[in-house]
Design a protein around this ligand. Structure first.
Ligand SMILES: *[C@@H]1O[C@H](CO)[C@@H](O)[C@H](O)[C@H]1NC(C)=O
Ligand SMILES: *[C@@H]1O[C@H](CO)[C@@H](O)[C@H](O)[C@H]1NC(C)=O
Ligand SMILES: *[C@@H]1O[C@H](CO)[C@@H](O)[C@H](O)[C@H]1NC(C)=O
Ligand SMILES: *[C@@H]1O[C@H](CO)[C@@H](O)[C@H](O)[C@H]1NC(C)=O
Ligand SMILES: *[C@@H]1O[C@H](CO)[C@@H](O)[C@H](O)[C@H]1NC(C)=O
Ligand SMILES: *[C@@H]1O[C@H](CO)[C@@H](O)[C@H](O)[C@H]1NC(C)=O
Ligand SMILES: *[C@@H]1O[C@H](CO)[C@@H](O)[C@H](O)[C@H]1NC(C)=O
Ligand SMILES: *[C@@H]1O[C@H](CO)[C@@H](O)[C@H](O)[C@H]1NC(C)=O
Ligand SMILES: *[C@@H]1O[C@H](CO)[C@@H](O)[C@H](O)[C@H]1NC(C)=O
Ligand SMILES: *[C@@H]1O[C@H](CO)[C@@H](O)[C@H](O)[C@H]1NC(C)=O
Ligand SMILES: *[C@@H]1O[C@H](CO)[C@@H](O)[C@H](O)[C@H]1NC(C)=O
Ligand SMILES: [Ca+2]
Length: 535
C-alpha cells in the first residue's frame, strides 16, 4: 500500500513537501494576497487556518443560506484564499483556493450540484485532507435556484463550463505562486452529478486541465435530462389524480420489483447489482375483484408504474432520455413521484431556455424537449463522444454511477460510455487504457443507499477507508495516473446504519462496465469473495 500523505517523498522525486508547515502562517497567507496579481481577480481575503478550525461560512443572503453549508471544519493546516473573478462584463464567479501546508504537489478542482450556485466546501476540505491544493467555485451565481440565468447568457456560460475552467486556470496560477519554487505535480478533478457533468465538460473541451478525473453520476445530456426530470409529473399526474401513487404504494412496487428482480444477480439481498437486467412487470399488483382492495393497485396506477419505467421518447420516436432504473422507488416517492413540478426543470426552462417566467412544468411536452435540446445553451449537453485529445495526453477517467440513483438514472451512464466507444471506434478493452466505468450497486445519488456505497467519493465516505486506494476512488486515481495501476474493481464499504463507529456491515467489489456483478456463493453473499465480475 502506498502512503498518500507523503507519496512524493517516498518516490524520491523533487516534488516532495513544497513547504514546511509554517507556510500556512499569517504572513505567507497575507503576502500571497498582496502579491498575487492576475487579470480580473480580486482577493477578498486570505486567512491562515489551523487544522480543526470550524469555519463559519457566509450566509448573509437568502441565496447563500439556501446552499445549507453554514460551516466547514478545516481538516489540516491551510491557507484559505477567497476570490472574486470577473468572467465577462456581466458575469462573475466567487472562487476559493485552500492551500494545505502539507502539500503533496498535487492540484484538485471540485465541482457543483443541481442548478447551484454553491461552493462545495466539504469537497474542498476533503481534497486538502489528502494533501491537494484544492479549488472550488460558485458556478457563476449564488444559491440553488436558476433565476440568475434569466436573460443573461453569460451566467449560463459560467454554469455550463466557464466557472470550473476559470477556477482551474486561476487556481493553478495561485498554487504555483503560493508554493513558489516548487514545481506542481499532477492535476485532478473530483465531482458528482452536475459536478460529474462539469468534469466531463473539462475532459471534452479542456483536455489539458487534468491528468485524472473522478466523475460520479454525471448530468450528461443536460437539456434532455431536465426534460426527463419533468416528465414524471406528466406520468403520475398531480396528487389529486387517480393515476398518482402515494409513498406507501411505491413501497409496494419496490417490494414487487425485488420479488421479480433481486435474485437475477444470484442472491436476494435487497440490492440489484445490474438493474438493466430487470424488465419489471407491475401487473401482479393489480387489485383482484375478489380481493379486499389493500396491498394492490388500481388499473390506472398500474399503468402509471409501467409508464414511469419507460424511456422518454420525443415526437418522432427519438430517444430523449433512457428509462428510470427500477430500485430507487423508496427515494423517488419523495423526489420525482411526488405529483409536484420538479424545480430544476421549471427553472431551466423558464430562465435558460424560454425566457418565460410564467412557464409551468405541466406544459412540458416533446416539442419543448426538442427546443431545449436544440437550444443547448453554451453546449451544456456535454455529449461529445470524441475524447481523443484527453486520451492522447495520457489523461485518465474513473466514472462511477450508483445503481439506485433516484435523481439521474444510472441507465444514462452506459449510454454515454457506449457513445464514446462507438465515436472513437474503441471497444471496452481499448477504452480501458484511459476510461473506466464502474456501476456501484445500491448507491443512491452520489452517496447513500442500501449498497456498499462508501468508495471515498467524498468526505463523508472516507470515515476509515481513506488510506487504502482500493477503497477510495480518489486515491485510486492517483495510483493510476502516477504509477500506472489501473482499477479493475472499486471496493465499497457499507457501515452498520452508515456509521463507521458501529462497524462494517459488509464490503463489496463493484465491477467495471460492461462486466456485472454475479453472486457465486449465495450463502456467503456478505463476503466480497462470494462475487465475481462476469459478462
Ligand atoms: C461548527 O459550528 C457550527 C455553528 O456555527 C455548528 O453547528 C457545528 O456543529 C460545528 N461543527 C463541528 C464539527 O463542531
Ligand atoms: C503532515 O503530514 C504528516 C504525515 O502524515 C503528519 O504527521 C502531520 O501531522 C501533518 N502536518 C500537518 C500540519 O497537517
Ligand atoms: C456579478 O454578476 C452579477 C450577474 O450575475 C451582477 O449582477 C453583479 O453586478 C456582478 N458583480 C460585479 C461586482 O460585477
Ligand atoms: C455571491 O456571494 C458572494 C459572497 O459570498 C458575493 O461576493 C458575490 O458577489 C455573489 N455573487 C453574485 C453573482 O451575486
Ligand atoms: C433568451 O434570452 C437569451 C439571452 O438574452 C437569448 O440569447 C435567447 O435567444 C432567448 N431565447 C428565447 C427563446 O427567446
Ligand atoms: C386537482 O386539483 C387541481 C388544483 O387544485 C384542480 O384544478 C383539478 O381539477 C383537480 N383534479 C382532480 C381530478 O380532482
Ligand atoms: C387483504 O389481503 C391481503 C392479501 O391477501 C392481506 O395481506 C391483507 O392483510 C388483507 N387486509 C385486510 C384488511 O384484510
Ligand atoms: C418530426 O418530424 C417532422 C416531419 O419530418 C418534423 O417536421 C419535426 O420537426 C420532427 N420533430 C422532432 C421533435 O424532431
Ligand atoms: C435529446 O433529445 C432529442 C429529441 O428531442 C434527440 O434528438 C437527441 O438525440 C437527444 N440528445 C441526447 C444527447 O440524448
Ligand atoms: C440502526 O438503525 C435502526 C433504525 O433506526 C435502529 O433500530 C438500530 O438499533 C440501529 N442499529 C444500531 C446498531 O445502532
Ligand atoms: C473500519 O473500522 C471498523 C471498526 O473500527 C473496522 O472493523 C473495519 O475493519 C474498518 N474498515 C476498513 C476498511 O478499514
Ligand atoms: Ca441482489
Amino acid at each position: 500500500m502506498h502512503s498518500y500523505i507523503l507519496p512524493l517523498l517516498a518516490s524520491g522525486t523533487s516534488l516532495a513537501f513544497a513547504q514546511q508547515p509554517a507556510s500556512y502562517s499569517d504572513s505567507a497567507c497575507s503576502s500571497i494576497a498582496a502579491s498575487f496579481d492576475y487579470p480580473d481577480v480580486t482577493i477578498n481575503f486570505a486567512q491562515a487556518i489551523p487544522a480543526g478550525t470550524n469555519i463559519s461560512l457566509d450566509q448573509s443572503t437568502p441565496e447563500l443560506a439556501s446552499c445549507t453549508r453554514p460551516s466547514q471544519v478545516a481538516p489540516v493546516d491551510l491557507c484559505r484564499i477567497a476570490m472574486f473573478v470577473k468572467t465577462t462584463a456581466i458575469s462573475n464567479i466567487t472562487l476559493e483556493a485552500w492551500l494545505p501546508s502539507n502539500w503533496t504537489g498535487r492540484f484538485l478542482s471540485t465541482g457543483n450540484g443541481g442548478l447551484s450556485g454553491c461552493i462545495q466546501y466539504e469537497d474542498i476540505a476533503y481534497g486538502t485532507s489528502l494533501g491537494f491544493a484544492t479549488v472550488g467555485a460558485n458556478n457563476g451565481h449564488n444559491g440553488t435556484r436558476g433565476t440568475a440565468f434569466y436573460k443573461n447568457a453569460e451566467v449560463v456560460a459560467d454554469f455550463a463550463w466557464r466557472s470550473v475552467h476559470t477556477g482551474v486556470v486561476v487556481g493553478k496560477a495561485l498554487t504555483n505562486a503560493f508554493y513558489a519554487g516548487t514545481e506542481m505535480g499532477k492535476s485532478y478533478y473530483l465531482g458528482c452529478s452536475t459536478g460529474g457533468r462539469e468534469g466531463f465538460k473539462m475532459v471534452q473541451d479542456f483536455p489539458e486541465h487534468f491528468d485524472g478525473a473522478v466523475i460520479g453520476a454525471p448530468a450528461l445530456a443536460f437539456n434532455n435530462l431536465s426534460s426527463w426530470s419533468g416528465s414524471f409529473l406528466l406520468k403520475t399526474g398531480p396528487t389529486n389524480s387517480s393515476t398518482w401513487l402515494n409513498p406507501a404504494e411505491w413501497a409496494l412496487v419496490h417490494s414487487d420489483i425485488l420479488a421479480q428482480c433481486d435474485d437475477l444477480d444470484g442472491v436476494a439481498d435487497g440490492i440489484l447489482e445490474d438493474p438493466t437486467m430487470c424488465t419489471y412487470k407491475p401487473v401482479n399488483l393489480l387489485c383482484s375483484p375478489s380481493g379486499n382492495g389493500t396491498n394492490c393497485l388500481t388499473a390506472a396506477k398500474v399503468e402509471t408504474v409501467a409508464k414511469v419505467f419507460e424511456p422518454y421518447y420525443g415526437a418522432n420516436g427519438s430517444l430523449i432520455f433512457p428509462r428510470m432504473q427500477p430500485g430507487s422507488e423508496l427515494s423517488d416517492a419523495f423526489i420525482y413521484y411526488t405529483g409536484q413540478p420538479f424545480p430544476y426543470t421549471t427553472d431551466w426552462y423558464r430562465y435558460a431556455i424560454l425566457n418565460s417566467t410564467t412557464w409551468q412544468a405541466s406544459e412540458l411536452n416533446s416539442e419543448y424537449a426538442a427546443i431545449a435540446s436544440e437550444t443547448d445553451p453554451s453546449g451544456i449537453s456535454t455529449w461529445k463522444g470524441d475524447l481523443s485529445a484527453f486520451k492522447n495526453k495520457g489523461g485518465k477517467i474513473l466514472h462511477y454511477h450508483g445503481q439506485a440513483d433516484s435523481i439521474i438514472t444510472s441507465t444514462n451512464s452506459p449510454r454515454y460510455y457506449d457513445h464514446v466507444s462507438t465515436t472513437m471506434g474503441l471497444p471496452p478493452k481499448d477504452l480501458d487504457e484511459f476510461y473506466r466505468f464502474f456501476r456501484i450497486s445500491g448507491m443512491d445519488h452520489c452517496s447513500g443507499g442500501v449498497g456498499a456505497w462508501q468508495i471515498g467519493q467524498n468526505i463523508e465516505s472516507t470515515a476509515n477507508v481513506t488510506q487504502d486506494a482500493q477503497n477510495n476512488v480518489l486515491l485510486r486515481m492517483i495510483d493510476w495516473v502516477e504509477s500506472g495501476e489501473a482499477p479493475e474493481t472499486v471496493t465499497g464499504t457499507k457501515f452498520v446504519n452508515d456509521s463507521a463507529s458501529l462497524g462494517v456491515d459488509f464490503v463489496r467489489n463493484h465491477c467495471k462496465y460492461p462486466l456485472r456483478n454475479r453472486c457465486k456463493d449465495a450463502a456467503n453473499y456478505q463476503s466480497p469473495d462470494a462475487w465475481e465480475c462476469a459478462l
